[in-house]
Design a protein around this ligand. Sequence first.
Ligand SMILES: Cc1cc2nc3c(=O)[nH]c(=O)nc-3n(C[C@H](O)[C@H](O)[C@H](O)COP(=O)(O)O)c2cc1C
Length: 318
Amino acid sequence: MTLATSNRVCALLQIEFPLIQAGMVWVSGHKLAVAAANSGILGVIGAGSMRLELLEAHIQKALAQTSRPLAVNVPLLYRHTEEQIQLALRLGIRIFITSAGSPRTYTTFLKKEGCTVLHVVSSPLLAKKCEDAGVDAVIAEGFEAGGHNGREELTSLVLIPQVREAVQIPVLAAGGFSTGASMAAAFALGAEGVQMGTRFVATQESSAHPNFKAAVLEASRYGTKLCMKKLVPVRLLCNPFYEKVHAIEERGGSAEELTALLGKGRAKEGMLEGNWEEGELEIGQVAALVRDLPFTADLVLRIRQEFRAACQAIKEID
Ligand SMILES: Cc1cc2nc3c(=O)[nH]c(=O)nc-3n(C[C@H](O)[C@H](O)[C@H](O)COP(=O)(O)O)c2cc1C
């Protein structure tokens, strides 16, 4: 393994290429995380949708299949957060990506345990709070991103330079990136690494249901919308379930109505079980550019080649 140690993200995470396969509920289990790690990028298990026993099984299987660094993503939204962190620590995970909560809650504790901590931010203000809390790097996630989203609605193009200005620690860009060329654009804006979510949903190893993967490949027909701002804002594919959410929001329906419609298990029903009509399908705007279902190793190789070509093309302009 050759580390590009001149890049701070590669040095921090001990990876070959400064790309993170995002932690994603119902999508990034051990298969995807191992495939990503073995391709030289950071593989991440998404703990958000996992009960403790399931998380334990995924971490153990992943650790048995790779000696490369692996991370766990813990959204600070759900019950069991503390138990998930304790479990991952006990099993040997030393890289944590926290999101959707305060960076102050667990960073000091995780740093004392010798861990590397990255936190997802949607504003320069929150990025500064992360730095003050001792976080090692921030992931600046723009409005384009799939899944839960900040309330600021800053697009990546505007967010990344502001976060770069606000902190000294490394900045990774997320939201709207799916190719090596877009990754080069993020670097031009001041990022030192990129996290991709939507792109990895459409891979052979992701645990998204085949119906969900097929819908991602056709996403340019459906589009995506950020919705449920009265609860936690989330970007969804515009399927029949989204239309129901939209109808409530259009007539000014309450948070309680949205909660009642959401019920329990909508995301699982959509993303893991493939129910196009009734399921919630979290996905980013960049789905419109995702047109194939590659193996992760081939995808990472392609992104690396595109990145190199884009950087070369920029250099040649001078
Ligand atoms: C299906 C899906 C599930 C996601 N689940 C999580 C999650 O559990 N925790 C989290 O921090 N982010 C989650 N995200 C956001 C990703 O981690 C990532 O930051 C985002 O997808 C980047 O934007 P992109 O989709 O444009 O690549 C999710 C995204 C998607 C598409």
